[in-house]
Ligand binder design. Structure first.
Ligand code: SF4
Ligand code: SF4
Length: 125
């Protein structure tokens, strides 16, 4: 299926399909690094919720068209061939970010944080 994309500001009389990011919804579930993304659109094709839209400019990161419908399933990140280069990033809402707490010390951290506390040497009870 091929689609024509036009921005909302463009001529409304044309026969193009109109689409653009939903700026009213403040959440940004998926972030892209335009320097690492090749615009291959694998993430767009794999998203079961059709959250993403191919960028009309070839080689540019997709547009997050329906951010409020993202399930945070991570399929788009998983499918990205440039994921290791940081092309796409799942931006979990704060309420969904799991945190870990050591009972013994009270240390509070989450996996992947830049400066986590050292590993717990104490064997499990
Ligand atoms: S996290 Fe899942 S639902 Fe959200 S954009 Fe990626 S593939 Fe789509
Ligand atoms: S984020 Fe990854 S999968 Fe999506 S268009 Fe860019 S390179 Fe392709």
């Amino acid at each position: 299926m091929s689609l024509n994309y036009k921005c909302m500001e463009d001529d409304m009389d044309s026969e193009n399909v109109y689409g653009g990011p939903n700026v009213i919804i403040p959440n940004r579930p998926v972030l892209f690094d335009a320097n690492a993304c090749t615009g291959c659109n694998s993430c767009v094709e794999t998203c079961m919720m059709d959250v993403l839209l191919p960028n009309p400019e070839q080689g540019k990161p997709p547009i997050v068209l329906y951010p409020d419908e993202c399930w945070y399933c991570g399929c788009c990140v998983q499918e990205c061939p440039s994921g290791d280069a940081g092309a796409i990033y799942l931006n979990w809402p704060l309420t969904l970010r799991m945190r870990w707490k050591r009972k013994e010390t009270g240390e509070n951290y989450r996996l992947g944080m830049p400066d986590p506390p050292p590993p717990n040497e104490k064997p499990p009870v």
